[in-house]
Every structure is written in structure tokens, then in C-alpha cells.
Design a protein around this ligand. Structure first.
Ligand SMILES: [Zn+2]
Length: 239
């Protein structure tokens, strides 16, 4: 017997239901289930979910890395001949025959004059921080802020070079940062060029006496990533 039109419509409705409705229900059912955890394989007993030792607590937020991993351009059109952002008395009349400028890094990502001063007193038994100047990176001291230590204000020797001549007659400048892993900030380099320019003019120090700590002794200071910024610094000096 040939199929009646009504039967045909009924069969079509069944097919449409199978093709559309069931997949739709399946998708909705899947979405309401909890998402599977990463790194956990098939576990028929559901025990691993509860026993995973690495996921017993909320994942801690990753700290924002402080190091600058790509070298900034250090392109400046206007570097003042005296730093603008200064904490302390920069304009002391030189009372010593300063002959060199020695550049260091703190080998820490954060810090400033006060924190280095505390470490020098407490852990080393020194009079205080060993540098004459500290240039902050925005984490502990202002970004590009020049901090003048008591050694410059009192015009006394430094404790930074590990070589007597350079401690006695070298002006120690420390940039906050670990330049084994990252680069100094734009504002630090701007402040450094400005400070060196000022000190060179006041003390008649030639650019050949602008030195890195590692030029004086066997140390990585101020870090291998300071090599290219140092070339930039030298190119921006006026003497
Ligand atoms: Zn050093």
C-alpha cells in the first residue's frame, strides 16, 4: 500500500527531531557540566580530582616581572646639564680631587638609598651606603630620581670599587636594578647622563674616566645587559 501524505509528514518530523533536537540537548547538557581540569587524565573513580597535590588551593597570581627585558630606545632630545629630580644636596663644592666616575647596579630589582644604607650598616658594619649617588627605577625610589648619599654631602671616600684608588677618588653611582637580567629604564639613563655631565663639568673629569665597575676588578657589575646602554651613555656625553 502506498504511503499516505500524513504518514510521510510524521516520518519527516521524527527525522527532524533526531537530527536537530538531540544534538541540541547534548550540547546544552555538556555545557552545564564542570569543565575538565587540565593535566588530569581519565579517572574512573574521581579520586584524582580531590587528591591532586598541586591544586589544593587557588592558583596564586603571578607577580608582575620588574625587569625590562627589551632594551628601550634611550632616545632623548633634551638632556639637562644638571639632573632635575634630585633628593639631597647635589651642589656641594667638591672638597676632594675626584678623578673617576664608577657605575654600578644594585643587582636587585628594587631598592633605594635608604634600603641600601640599612643593609650596609647592619650587615657590613659600614658607615652607611657605599655609593655617592643612587638612581632609582621606580621600585623603592622614583624612576630616574637621583638620591645624594651622605658620602657626597660630606665629600668623603666611597666604599664601592674594591680598589683603593677608585674608592678614594672615584665617584660611585649605583643604578637600582639587576642588569644581568634586564635593562635600566629610560629615565634612569636620562638621569645618569645628566648627572655625569654635571659631575664632569664641576670636577673636570674626562669621558675616558667614566668606568664600569667591571673595568676595575673581576665582577659582572653592572651586569652584561648594561653594555649597550653604556655605549649610548658615552655617545650622549659632551666631553
Ligand atoms: Zn659594582
Amino acid at each position: 500500500m502506498p504511503e499516505q501524505p500524513a504518514d510521510l509528514h510524521l516520518n519527516l518530523l521524527k527525522i527532524v527531531t533526531l537530527l536537530v533536537l538531540f544534538p541540541l540537548l547534548y550540547v546544552l547538557a555538556c555545557r552545564s557540566l564542570p569543565a575538565p581540569r587540565r593535566g588530569i587524565g581519565h579517572d574512573p573513580n574521581g579520586k584524582e580530582d580531590r587528591a591532586d597535590p598541586h591544586r589544593t588551593q587557588e592558583e596564586p597570581e603571578r607577580p608582575v616581572p620588574l625587569s625590562i627585558t627589551t632594551m628601550p630606545d634611550y632616545r632623548f632630545s633634551d638632556i639637562p646639564s644638571r639632573p632635575e629630580n634630585v633628593r639631597g644636596n647635589l651642589g656641594r663644592s667638591p672638597a676632594r680631587n675626584w678623578q673617576h666616575i664608577v657605575i654600578h647596579h644594585s643587582a636587585t630589582e628594587t631598592g633605594g638609598m635608604d634600603s641600601f644604607d640599612r643593609v650596609a650598616r647592619r650587615e657590613r658594619g659600614w658607615k652607611g651606603v657605599g655609593y655617592h649617588f643612587v638612581i632609582g627605577n621606580g621600585h623603592g625610589a622614583g624612576d630616574g630620581e637621583v638620591e645624594v648619599t651622605f658620602r657626597w654631602e660630606d665629600q668623603i671616600h666611597g666604599a664601592h670599587a674594591g680598589v683603593e684608588q677608585y674608592n678614594e677618588y672615584g665617584i660611585g653611582i649605583c643604578l637600582v636594578g639587576d642588569f644581568n637580567t634586564g635593562y635600566p629604564t629610560e629615565q634612569q639613563i636620562r638621569a645618569l647622563v645628566s648627572l655625569i655631565t654635571y659631575l664632569q663639568e664641576r670636577n673636570n673629569i674626562p669621558t675616558s674616566e667614566i668606568l664600569l665597575h667591571r673595568h676595575l676588578k673581576n665582577t659582572a657589575c653592572p651586569g652584561e645587559k648594561f653594555s649597550d646602554p653604556f655605549i649610548k651613555v658615552l655617545s650622549l656625553l659632551r666631553r
